[in-house]
Design a protein around this ligand. Structure first.
Ligand SMILES: Cc1ncc(C[n+]2csc(CCOP(=O)(O)OP(=O)(O)O)c2C)c(N)n1
Ligand SMILES: CC(=O)[C@@H](O)[C@H](O)COP(=O)(O)O
Ligand SMILES: [Mg+2]
Length: 618
């Protein structure tokens, strides 16, 4: 157990501002130890937080928070900030029901200037605040966006810089926390650019060229030497950030308080639109995380002395793993298959596919909009793209799904992971809107497998369909169904009757099928694994309306506009009046917590479904 004697005296940022240089060093050391112990007990985003310890200490020492505003991009690196801003004693509740959020949250603390979790929003939000400050005459207020090199690949960051660079009379400081990592190794030209910037090659290379040009005119070379800064401006390309209108400073060592503190102090007094490039190491100070920042990006609880141990207990494969196996198998059979991920290789189960089919694997960075339209482009040439994407992040690409894919009926398969509640990440990451936002889009198919075996079959079906088709499946494992190795398909728009009953028909979309079994048995109801939200099995529904008086729909997504609504719309279009009950998630944001407990709280566990159905049917 580390000694936290100084950290324990920090109750708000006035305490941090009052510390001496030596004390700040001690504070950083204690903070790092505290984060490690705390995350080891709760689980959470470790590597990124170990990398931003000095940054959090320096920012809260130099700036007058909460009056000055810090926006942490993604916010998965904000634990140090939380601990220094009065939440140290609640850290053991992190990401648990009723406890602290794993991300900045305005309702949690006045120090959380902006809620984040989806990436690349920080510059826009801080710019908005800076413009508001100008409007309100708050000319002293400072606005700081801390953004990672991964998050900087998101298009929004560039939209914001484009806007910021021509905005006058504001105080905006963008801090690029460059650790040369996204969740997986970073990709793209921006990453290469940052590496060149860091190595000095960019400026050095241009200087060499400049020297060659000037050699033919020696007196000018002398002139150039004496006025290096001036000639640099004339001949050497400015950094990209300067071209955007920022004053670029860096790169500096983000773990060195002697660099950070005076630089931030200086920038605070300068005002204007500033860009500070800070170099950090993901996992800094915990050897295991430094060596494997991917494994320690978002671990569950672990023993910090031993590190994460491989699990020995046999476990049934997660839906993600089922997808990972399926895409490899389908790729082996069909050379046209290409796989796309917007920076979620590990989480989406694409590690093996990447290894086996590197030329058919595309990590496009944190760029969901681009990922969708890029898939559309691939499909235009007869390739068969599979876009592996979390439900919550597909929200980013909504127009691209409609305008670029569905409208042109392009053959893109969406493998939508993390559908339904996701647990510890909470409301920001919940995959509960996809059914509602996709089912109103013409020409797209939507499948909702009830178990792992069906997930594989429906992935094959969606893939073979020559148009846009989505298969949504949740985080984690299902019932442990035996997954076949074939690539057989299922009929499109055909449901499966699991149990024949009378009076009531329980129509289930997705994995809540199993939690609905008890309700069916207790009420002698018909139980249907609907499999498809779109198209609905209208033939089966037509039969059921003749034999059943009560209809119950069940889904792990929002009831508003969800699969149940599709059934009601269909019934209404037939002019049929039935007793209908929709079970699903309510019209409110559901915070973090244990997934099963959250479903139970929302009436979607086995017992609740059974008693609600019984009361409805009685
Ligand atoms: C829109 C969006 N897409 C994907 C993610 C998932 N995600 C969370 S953190 C992360 C990597 C961020 O990299 P960086 O900004 O460099 O921060 P680091 O993890 O290196 O600290 C990704 C892809 C997200 N939060 N938001
Ligand atoms: C911050 C973020 O967006 C990711 O790190 C996310 O927390 C990963 O979630 P999974 O653990 O479900 O992959
Ligand atoms: Mg990074």
């Amino acid at each position: 157990m580390t000694n936290f004697s100084l950290l324990e005296q920090i109750n708000d940022t006035a305490d941090v501002r009052g510390l001496s240089r030596d004390q700040l060093g001690q504070l950083a050391q204690e903070l790092r130890g505290f984060i490690l112990e705390s995350v080891a007990q709760t689980g959470g985003h470790l590597s990124s937080n170990l990398g931003t310890v000095e940054l959090a200490v320096a920012l809260h020492h130099v700036f007058n928070t909460p009056e000055d505003k810090i926006v942490w991009d993604v916010g998965h690196q904000s634990y140090g900030h939380k601990i220094l801003t009065g939440r140290r004693e609640q850290m053991h509740t992190l990401r648990q029901q009723g406890g602290l959020s794993g991300f900045p949250k305005r309702s949690e603390s006045p120090y959380d200037a902006f809620g984040t979790a989806h990436s690349s929003t920080s510059i826009s939000a801080a710019l908005g605040m800076a413009a508001a400050a100008r409007h309100l005459g708050l000319s002293q207020r400072q606005h700081i966006a801390v953004i990672g090199d991964g998050a900087l690949t998101g298009g929004m960051a560039f939209e914001a810089m484009n806007n910021a660079g021509v905005t006058d009379d504001i105080n905006l400081l963008v801090i690029l926390n460059d650790n040369d990592m996204s969740i997986s190794p970073p990709v793209g030209a921006l990453n290469r650019y940052l590496a060149r910037l860091l190595s000095g090659n960019l400026v050095g290379g241009a200087r060499d060229k400049l020297k060659k040009i000037l050699k033919s005119a020696p007196p000018v070379l002398e002139f150039a030497k004496r006025f290096e800064e001036h000639t640099k401006g004339m001949f050497v390309p400015a950094t990209m950030f300067e071209e955007f209108g920022f004053n670029y400073i860096g790169p500096i060592n983000g773990h060195d308080l002697d660099s950070l503190l005076p630089t931030l102090e200086n920038l605070k007094h300068r005002g204007g639109v500033q860009f500070l490039h800070v170099i950090t190491k993901k996992g800094q100070g915990y050897k295991l995380a430094e060596e494997d920042p991917i494994m320690y990006h978002g671990p569950s609880k672990f023993n910090p002395q031993q590190g994460i141990q491989p699990t020995t207990a046999p476990k049934s494969p997660t839906f993600t793993q089922v997808f990972g196996q399926w895409i490899c198998d389908m790729a082996e059979k069909d050379w046209r298959l290409v796989g796309i991920t917007p920076a979620m290789r590990e989480g989406s189960g694409l590690v093996e596919f990447h290894e086996r089919y590197p030329s058919r694997y595309f990590d496009v960075g944190i760029a969901e909009q681009h990922a969708a339209t890029f898939a559309a482009g691939l499909a235009c040439d007869g390739l068969k793209p599979v876009l592996a994407i979390y439900s919550t992040f597909l929200q980013r690409a909504y127009d691209q799904v409609i305008h670029d894919i569905a409208l042109q009926n392009l053959d893109v398969t969406f493998a939508i992971d993390r559908a339904g509640l996701v647990g510890a990440d909470g409301a920001t990451h919940a995959g509960v809107y996809d059914i509602a936002y996709l089912r109103c889009v013409p020409q797209i198919l939507i499948a909702t497998p009830s178990d792992e075996a069906e997930a594989r079959a429906l992935l094959s079906t969606a893939y073979q369909y020559e148009g846009p088709a989505a298969v949504r499946y949740p985080r984690g494992s299902g019932i442990g169904a035996v997954v076949p190795t074939d690539l057989d398909t299922l009929p499109i728009g055909k449901a499966k009757v699991v149990r024949e009953g009378q009076k009531a028909a329980i129509l289930v979309f997705g994995t809540l099928l199993h939690a609905s079994q008890l309700a069916a048995e207790q009420n002698n109801a018909t139980l249907v694994d609907m499999r498809w939200v779109k198209p609905l099995d209208e033939a089966l529904l037509t039969q059921l309306i003749h034999t059943h008086s009560h209809f119950i729909t069940v889904e792990d997504s929002t009831k508003v506009g969800g699969a149940g609504s599709a059934v009601s719309e269909w019934l209404s279009a037939q002019g049929v009046t039935k007793q209908v009950l929709h079970l699903g998630l309510p019209d409110k944001f559901i915070d973090h917590g244990d997934c099963a407990a959250l479903y139970a709280l929302n009436g979607l566990d086995e017992q609740s479904i059974a008693s609600t159905v019984s009361a409805f049917v009685a």
